[in-house]
Every structure is written in structure tokens, then in C-alpha cells.
Design a protein around this ligand. Structure first.
Ligand SMILES: Cc1ncc(COP(=O)(O)O)c(C=O)c1O
Length: 366
């Protein structure tokens, strides 16, 4: 029995008929990109998020970049985020011309340490991108207070938090703009690339819509520099199908997390924590242990595959060395990058598979 950290194949078995039907309708329709499926997704998903506007784009990375551009953030500006995130959070900041500024994370939830944000704010700071990592929102009460005081734009990186809530508000509705990824592994994953920008601020929404299409308001005429980041109809049609399943699939993820929590509590693994005010969607079930590499190897020997999100903090990557950060600048992020790993987690994971993961972990003797 091979147990993957993630798989879409079981889901596809359930949805195959519906998906192929919708894909055929798209292929027969004569409209492959930015058509009525994208429009209905923009309507449905922004409604789900309790937002006025939604813009379908080509990826989560583009969603962040366009969100920044729509708020006129670019050259000479600084954007605060954390070094414990997916590279695209940072690459999107760089792509719009701004400079990423890192703030360390909390030891217990791996999210931005809000108490360290203020001392990183300069006259150039224009925005904060809190990353709602692993399925849990950052501390928005404090973040929004800081944003108000320093007049900063908040762009939520929701790539990993679709279906999460903070104080009963959907993740994605907490800041000024939000960026989602429909990358296949995500809570709401497409069968290819896709992304989404959410906002209730009209000027940002209208600009984002133009920016995803070369900055064009009318055809063949750019009113400003934009990019090509169109969402295609096939992906939008599939997401529309899957959006209806999202609520149940998050419940499944939470049940799996609860089972792991119960069965692993007597081990020396540090288990994930659901913060007060949060409804965790468990995009990833992230645990921590000093013997991480040994544990992962032992699991692998038993045909169980884990993931590490992320093994390298971004401030120490060669690609971002020009930012001049050094070792020990963000000790919590650096320490956790050596210890964290994610156990198999997706809604169709079977009970016997969860039990096998637990059994092997216990046999390792941790
Ligand atoms: C936290 C985070 N931000 C941004 C992204 C970028 O999304 P995409 O891969 O759709 O460009 C991802 C996904 O990889 C992510 O996990």
C-alpha cells in the first residue's frame, strides 16, 4: 500500500463524469479562455468569500503580483512577508518591482509573528502579505490594527487557506485584497494552473481585471503596462464543480487532522495547533521533530511519502541573496525549516491509510 502525501486520483474517480461533461461543453462552445465559466466562477467564489469582486487569473503567483500592481505597489516600495512561505509569495513581490522585507514566524503556528512587524516598517513600506500557511489564518486583529495605523495595504496570501475562517469570516475577506491558487494540490485545486484575486474595493478590482490582460480596457489598447494572466474555461468549469464540494472536503480534512491529533498525542512529535479565532482547513498537517530526516526516511521505507513545506527559508536562498539577509536573521523560521514535515493529508485519505501512517510512526519509536 503506497500512501502519498497528496493525490487527486480518488477525487477524479468521483468527479470524472461531471468533469468530462463540462470539459466537452467547453471544447464544443467555441470559447476557451475568459468565457462564461470564468464569469460564473468569479461570481460564485467571490460570493463564497463574501466579497464584491473576484478576478480569475492564471496562477496564485500572478494573483499576488496583480493584487500588488492593482494597489500601485512597485519600484521603490517595500512589502512585508515571512521567509517561511512558498517562493512565489516573494517572487511576486519582486516581479512587480518592489522589495520583500521579511519578518520571523511564531514557533507554534509557523505564521508571521505580528509582534515583530512594526519594527520592520519603514517610510517605504506599502503593504503586508500575511501568508495563511498550511490552512490557518495569521493574526488579523493585530495585522489590521497595524495596517490602519501605518496606512498599509493588506494582501492575504490564501494559496493554502481556501475554506479557512478567521472569526467566522472566510479567509480571503480579511484584508484589502486576497490571492488564491488553484494549483492542483490546493484545497480547491484545478486540473492545471489557476488563480484568483478577491476584493471588495472597486478600483482594485477594475484595475486587476485590466492588468491580467496586458492592461487593456478595450481590445488592442493598453492603458497601462499589464501582464498576460488569463484563466482558461476548462479550469474554471472544474473549479465550479469542486467549489460545491469544498465545505465537505474541509470537514474531511479536519476529521483526518483530529484522528492524527488523537493517535499521535503520546509521541514526541510536535503536532499542529489550531489557534483561537481560527477554523483551520488543514491544507497540510504539519508536524515537527528534531529527527525529521530520519523519520521521513523510515516512512519512505514503508511506502509512506511526506512533504516538507519548506526546507529552505527564503532569505537564505541564493536567488534572494541580493537582499543581504544572513544566517540567524530569522531564527525561528530557520529552526523550523530543519524540523517540520507534512504527513499525508487529502480528503479521500482512507482510515486504514491514516492508521498505517500512525503505526509506522510509533514503530520508529519517537
Ligand atoms: C503560500 C503560497 N503562495 C503562493 C503560491 C503560488 O501559487 P501558484 O503555484 O498557483 O502560482 C503557492 C502555491 O504554490 C503557495 O503555497
Amino acid at each position: 500500500m503506497k500512501i502519498n502525501v497528496w493525490s487527486y486520483k480518488e477525487e477524479y474517480k468521483i468527479l470524472k463524469k461531471k468533469i468530462l461533461h463540462e470539459v466537452d461543453k467547453v471544447f464544443s462552445s467555441g470559447q476557451l479562455i475568459l468565457g462564461k465559466n470564468v464569469e460564473s466562477l468569479e461570481f460564485n467564489f467571490s460570493k463564497y468569500l463574501n466579497l464584491k469582486y473576484g478576478i480569475g487569473v492564471n496562477s496564485g503567483t500572478d494573483a499576488i503580483q496583480i493584487a500588488l500592481m492593482s494597489a500601485k505597489i512597485g519600484k521603490g516600495d517595500e512589502v512585508i512577508t515571512t521567509p517561511n512561505t512558498a517562493v512565489p509569495t516573494v517572487s511576486a513581490i519582486v516581479s512587480c518591482g518592489a522589495k520583500p522585507v521579511f519578518v520571523d514566524i511564531n514557533e507554534d503556528d509557523y505564521l508571521i509573528d505580528v509582534n515583530k512587524i512594526v519594527k520592520s516598517i519603514t517610510r517605504k513600506t506599502k503593504a503586508i502579505i500575511p501568508v495563511n500557511l498550511y490552512g490557518q489564518c495569521a493574526d488579523y486583529d493585530k495585522i489590521l490594527k497595524i495596517a490602519k495605523k501605518y496606512k498599509l495595504i493588506i494582501i492575504e496570501d490564501c494559496a493554502q487557506s481556501t475554506g479557512s475562517f478567521y472569526k467566522e469570516k472566510p479567509s480571503g475577506s480579511l484584508g484589502h485584497l486576497s490571492a488564491f491558487s488553484f494549483y492542483p494540490t490546493k484545497n480547491l485545486g484545478a486540473y492545471g494552473d489557476g488563480g484568483f484575486i478577491g476584493t471588495s474595493i472597486k478600483k482594485f478590482a477594475y484595475r486587476a481585471k485590466e492588468l491580467r490582460k496586458y492592461g487593456m480596457r478595450k481590445s488592442y489598447y493598453s492603458i497601462e503596462h499589464g501582464i498576460n494572466s488569463r484563466l482558461d474555461e476548462v479550469q474554471a468549469a472544474i473549479i465550479n464543480i469542486k467549489l460545491k464540494k469544498l465545505k465537505n472536503w474541509i470537514i474531511k480534512r479536519r476529521e483526518i487532522a483530529n484522528t492524527y491529533n488523537k493517535l499521535l498525542q503520546d509521541t514526541s512529535l510536535i503536532l499542529p495547533k489550531e489557534n483561537k479565532n481560527n477554523f483551520h482547513s488543514y491544507y497540510a498537517y504539519v508536524v515537527r521533530h528534531k529527527k525529521r530526516n530520519h523519520i521521513i526516511n523510515m516512512l519512505k521505507k514503508n511506502n509512506i511519502y511526506c512533504n516538507i513545506s519548506y526546507p529552505f527559508p527564503i532569505h537564505l536562498m541564493q536567488g534572494y541573496s541580493y537582499l543581504n539577509y544572513k544566517k540567524n536573521d530569522f531564527p525561528i523560521a530557520e529552526k523550523s525549516s530543519k524540523q517540520i514535515f507534512s504527513l499525508p493529508m487529502y480528503p479521500q485519505l482512507k482510515k486504514k491509510e491514516i492508521l498505517k501512517v500512525v503505526k509506522v510512526l510509533k514503530e520508529i519509536g519517537i
